[in-house]
Ligand binder design. Structure first.
Ligand SMILES: *Cc1c(COP(=O)(O)O)cnc(C)c1O
Length: 389
């Protein structure tokens, strides 16, 4: 792109961002640069510390192309890349917290995010407290003088509570705390946390950005105020990604807008279908008007993703086994964001601040690009097996 990417709308950034054919011998895509050693022709060049790529860990044009695209998508000052979503989360948190600090984490956070905070930051002398994802502006009552970071994930990727991010960000700003948001579910197409007052935004690019279930990757983008510390922490930790993985993410991003639009429509159709099925007690999808957080969702999001959960009437494990062991199309596996549909039984979610209140069997679904009729038939049969029909 010859113009600044901020001038364009998101679909244009996705198709044109991070590539410059004039610099790459005319190729449409930025090639895969594999390099550890970078050679300097002269002593002057060797001692020119302003050169961007002086060693493999400084990055290369393949990595820059992904960083630049995500930065433009999120309206950030800059982006760093990580070899997984969890590594992006740990890098983001370590860029903000110091020994003696206090972190507030949403009770709906992705389980490994909770584990990093408790098991790792705990050892480093950082206190971690969990808060009700629906706390909104009342989070002000929890912010202590040493609270440096509030972690949000909206919606929670198992349980789909939507957070009142503007209210949380206002309370944080008033007390000098930073807010980081895991934005993996909605992607910047449908949710822009930095524009709602957050300081850092994290993606498990393993999911929607990659989009094909074949790469592990993470990103952290930050405001101008937070980016220098993020970049420094990333460098000090030695976090680095391979150019082949970066290329797969760059490729995935090119079709993100059309994939998300298709996921949204198809996922809503399956969610509405499941609402009508016997044995389904609840459908946890924030775009449905009856979802308890629908008003906040409508205010802050411009669309929805491929992932939601349902709650089934409680039944013995043998019924669940009969249901999931003979699925025809839905795969059973962790992760999501690919082109294929997945179904995952979830044990009772870990909760610290507020007990989980939905009795029954939680099942998370990702809706891919198979025929909707075939998917509905697979689900209807699965539910009939569950109920012993
Ligand atoms: C998968 C996921 C992560 C972690 O990403 P990995 O690439 O698996 O490390 C973080 N947050 C959310 C919401 C996720 O779904």
């Amino acid at each position: 792109m010859t113009d600044s990417p901020d001038k364009f709308e998101i679909e244009t950034i996705l198709t044109h961002g991070g590539r410059d054919p004039q610099q790459t011998r005319g190729t449409v895509n930025t090639p895969v640069y594999r390099a550890s050693t970078v050679l300097f022709p002269t002593l002057d060049a060797l001692q020119d510390y302003a050169l961007p790529f002086r060693y493999g860990r400084d990055g290369n044009p393949t990595l820059t192309s992904v960083e630049d695209t995500i930065t433009a998508l999120e309206g950030a000052a800059g982006t760093v890349l990580a070899p997984s979503g969890v590594s992006a989360i740990s890098t983001a948190m370590l860029s903000v917290v110091n020994a003696g600090d206090d972190v507030l984490m949403t009770d709906s956070a992705y389980e490994p995010t909770r584990n990093f905070a408790r098991d790792f930051l705990g050892r480093m002398g950082v206190a971690v407290r969990f808060y009700d994802p629906r706390i909104g502006g009342r989070i002000a009552d929890l912010i202590a003088p040493n609270t440096s970071l509030i972690m949000a994930e909206s919606p929670g990727s198992l349980t789909f509570e939507v957070q009142d991010l503007p209210a949380i960000a206002r309370a944080a700003q008033a007390r000098g705390a930073r807010v980081a948001v895991d934005n993996t579910w909605a992607t910047p197409l449908y949710y822009r946390p930095l524009s709602l007052g957050a300081d850092l935004v994290i993606h498990a690019a393993t999911k929607m950005f990659g989009g094909h279930s074949d790469v592990m990757f993470g990103t952290v983008s930050a405001t101008a105020e937070c980016f220098p510390a993020l970049k420094r922490t990333h460098r000090l930790l030695g976090v680095h990604v391979g150019p082949d993985d970066a290329f797969l993410v760059a490729r995935g991003l090119r079709t993100l807008a059309i994939r998300m639009a298709a996921h949204e429509e198809r996922t809503l159709e399956i969610a509405r279908f499941l609402k009508t099925q016997p044995g389904v007690l609840n459908v946890l999808h924030p775009a449905l008007p009856e979802h308890p957080d629908h008003a906040i969702f409508k205010r802050d999001f411009s669309g929805s993703g491929s992932l939601f959960s349902i709650v089934l009437e409680p039944r013995p494990r043998a019924d669940l086994q009969r249901m999931v062991d003979t699925l025809r199309l839905f795969g059973m596996g962790y992760s999501w964001g690919g082109f294929e549909s997945l179904l995952l039984p979830i044990p009772t979610p870990t909760r610290t601040a507020v007990p989980w209140a939905e009795p029954g069997q939680l099942i998370r679904l990702q809706i891919g690009f198979e025929s909707l009729n075939d998917l509905k038939a697979d689900l209807a049969d699965a539910l009939a097996r569950y109920r012993g029909a």
